[in-house]
Design a binder for this molecule. Structure first.
Ligand SMILES: C[S@@+](CC[C@H](N)C(=O)[O-])C[C@H]1O[C@@H](n2cnc3c(N)ncnc32)[C@H](O)[C@@H]1O
Length: 239
C-alpha cells in the first residue's frame, strides 16, 4: 500500500483540472501535496457544490466553475494534469466525460484517477465504508440521481487500459485510522439525516432497515476508508 501524498509530491502539476470536484475535497489534497502547480481549476455540475467550493478556495490560483464534464468549456490541450477523484461511479456517461477530459489534456500530460474499490482483503471497518457507500448510492438511485455502487478493482484497471495512455501506473493506497469507532461521528450524522429524509419517501422500507443496521455497525465496528486505486498515465504525444 502507498501513501497518496508521496505519489503527488513527485508531480509538478502545472495547470490542473479537478473534474467532478464536488466540494473541492481533492483540491485540498492537490494543493497540499503536489510538488508544484500553477493553477488548479475545479469543475462540477452541481450548483450547491460549486458555491461551497468557491467559498473554500478564495485564492487567486484556484478557480471553481459549474460545468458538465461531457462538455468542458476549455480549449483542446489546455491542462498539464487532469484528475478525477471518487467520482467515476457518479458519471452517467462516463466514457463521454473521460473523452472530454483527454481532449483538454496536453499531449504528454498526466491523467490521474483515484477511486475506492469494494473487493480484495479489507478490514471490517473498511467494509463499513463500502456498505455505507452502497446504501447511500441506493438512496440516490431511489431519488432518481445517477450513482453506481462501488467498482471492483479489476473493473477500474480494465477501464484504465482502454484509455490508450502511456506509462500507466496503478497503485493501491488507503488512509489508515487509529480508532475506527471514533472516526465515524460525521458518518453517524449523515446516516441519521439520511434516515430522516427516507421516512418521507415512498418505497424506502428496505433502505430504512439497512440504514438502521448501518447505525449499529458504525457504533460497534466503526469505519475506515476503503482501499483505493490511484491510476496515472500520460496522454500519448501523437493522440
Ligand atoms: C463524490 S462527489 C465528488 C468527490 C470529490 N471529487 C472527492 O474527491 O471527494 C461526485 C461529484 O460528481 C459530480 N458529477 C456527476 N456527474 C457530473 C458531470 N457529468 N459533470 C460534472 N460533475 C459531475 C457530482 O455533482 C458530485 O459533486
Amino acid at each position: 500500500m502507498n501513501d497518496i501524498s508521496k505519489l503527488l509530491s513527485q508531480i509538478d502539476g502545472g495547470i490542473v483540472l479537478d473534474a467532478a470536484t464536488g466540494k473541492g475535497e481533492f483540491i485540498s489534497v492537490l494543493k497540499t501535496h503536489l510538488k508544484s502547480y500553477i493553477q488548479i481549476i475545479g469543475v462540477d455540475n452541481a450548483e450547491r457544490n460549486v458555491d461551497y467550493a468557491q467559498k473554500v478556495f478564495p485564492e487567486n490560483d484556484i478557480e471553481i466553475y459549474k460545468m458538465n464534464l461531457e462538455d468542458l468549456q476549455f480549449e483542446v490541450e489546455y491542462f498539464d494534469l487532469v484528475c478525477i477523484s471518487n467520482s467515476l461511479h457518479h458519471l452517467e456517461k462516463r466514457d463521454n466525460a473521460v473523452l472530454e477530459m483527454l481532449r483538454v489534456l496536453k499531449p504528454g500530460g498526466t491523467i490521474l484517477i483515484t477511486e475506492m474499490y469494494c473487493d480484495g482483503i479489507q478490514t471490517p471497518a473498511q467494509q463499513t465504508h463500502i456498505k455505507m457507500h452502497h446504501w447511500l448510492s441506493g438512496v440516490d438511485r431511489l431519488l432518481g440521481v445517477y450513482h453506481q455502487e462501488t467498482y471492483k478493482k479489476e473493473e477500474l484497471v480494465s477501464f484504465a487500459k482502454t484509455l490508450g495512455l502511456k506509462e500507466t501506473n496503478i497503485v493501491d493506497f488507503y488512509t489508515p485510522v487509529d480508532n475506527p469507532i471514533k472516526n465515524c461521528e460525521s458518518l453517524v450524522r449523515n446516516c441519521k439525516d439520511t434516515l430522516k429524509k427516507l421516512e418521507s419517501i415512498a418505497n424506502s422500507e428496505d433502505l430504512i432497515k439497512e440504514g438502521k443496521e448501518m447505525l449499529v455497525r458504525l457504533s460497534e465496528i466503526g469505519c475506515a476508508s476503503a482501499s483505493r486505486v490511484l491510476i496515472t498515465g500520460h496522454k500519448p504525444k501523437n493522440k
